[in-house]
Design a protein around this ligand. Structure first.
Ligand code: H4B
Ligand code: PHE
Ligand code: FE2
Length: 295
């Protein structure tokens, strides 16, 4: 995608960046400070160590294929050469969260929006919004996996379609993103493993999601997930487990229009729910759960 014309230098609270008409930001790589690069290195090395034995084989293979350097914040332009050859995806720089339709349209065109700024040293254990580390370390590697790359584009197309159907459909579809792309687990011969970006980019949740007795771990069920509310400010109460990316692709291939219509007549479930019909890998103790805050 040829860069659209530059319209202005946006003064943000994190520095001046060139912003294009489409909201795409050019990565100001030369402006990253030594502190920025050190935060990247610290987070990268800590997560790489934590994820051995915890992340899925697909994630670890994809991350090695992506070939990011721990020593400095990677250049989007360098990663794009590798990514385009592998699956036709490319990264674009953004300021932060985009309006939903913009986000879906980028995914539908195999463009993944990556936040251009990285968190401060005092935010290494928790940050309330996606930064460069969450997007680049968490989301980008699996775009090297052909199956997952297809799923992400299909999701984007589904998002554009859901946006046209209405706000409830968008809520249903966002839950699917949350419980797969962000916080998904996958079953392997040697146990449950992580593929969700929100988990792999978080030290605490990488440990909690597999080792804590507090959360439920339940087998993937499309409509169950689309009815289930989630948490945005604490560890998840429930993690959903797929058997494979093929299962995810097969389950989401059909037209969702009748599913949205059915879901509109049904109640949603609180995040900590366990149903009789659930395939329960482990039922949580609920220890430490806040009673409110589901979205
Ligand atoms: C999938 C869901 O709509 C979600 O809230 C979107 C909205 N906008 C976004 N914008 C950016 N840049 N990155 C994201 O992950 C999202 N997520
Ligand atoms: N098949 C879904 C779109 C979709 C594809 C892949 C993942 C999620 C959603 C629809 O018709 O709306
Ligand atoms: Fe994310």
């Amino acid at each position: 995608m040829n860069q659209p014309r530059r319209v202005e230098n946006l003064q943000t609270d994190k520095g001046r960046v060139p912003v294009y008409a489409t909201g795409i930001v050019e990565q100001p790589w030369a402006d990253y400070s030594a502190v920025d690069h050190d935060v990247w290195r610290q987070l990268y090395e800590r997560q790489r160590q934590l994820l051995v034995g915890r992340a899925s084989d697909e994630f670890l293979v994809a991350q090695d294929a992506m070939g990011m350097s721990p020593d400095r914040i990677p250049k989007f332009s360098e990663l794009n050469r590798v990514l385009r050859d592998a699956t036709g995806w490319e990264l674009i720089g953004v300021e932060g969260l985009l309006p939903e339709l913009d986000f879906f349209d980028h995914l539908a065109n195999r463009r993944f929006p990556v936040t251009w700024w990285i968190r401060r040293p005092d935010q290494v254990d928790y940050i309330e919004e996606p930064d460069l580390f969450h997007d680049l370390f968490g989301h980008v590697p699996l775009l090297m996996n052909p199956l997952f790359a297809d799923y992400m584009q299909a999701y984007g197309r589904g998002g554009v379609k859901a946006h046209g159907i209405g706000p409830e459909a968008l809520v249903n579809l966002t839950r699917l993103y949350w419980y797969t792309v962000e916080f998904g687990l996958i079953r392997q011969q040697d146990g449950l493993r992580i593929y969700g970006s929100g988990i792999v980019s978080s030290k605490g949740e990488s440990i909690h999601c597999l080792e804590s007795t507090a959360p439920n771990r339940i087998g993937f069920d499309l409509e169950r997930i689309m009815r289930t509310r989630y948490r945005i400010d604490s560890y998840q109460k429930t993690y959903f487990v797929i058997d494979s990316f093929e299962q995810l692709i097969d389950a989401t291939e059909p037209d969702f229009t009748p599913i949205y219509a059915r879901l509109a007549t049904q109640e949603s479930y609180p995040a900590g729910t366990v149903l009789e019909s659930d395939r329960v890998y482990s039922r949580g103790t609920g220890e430490g759960w806040a009673s409110d805050g589901d979205v």
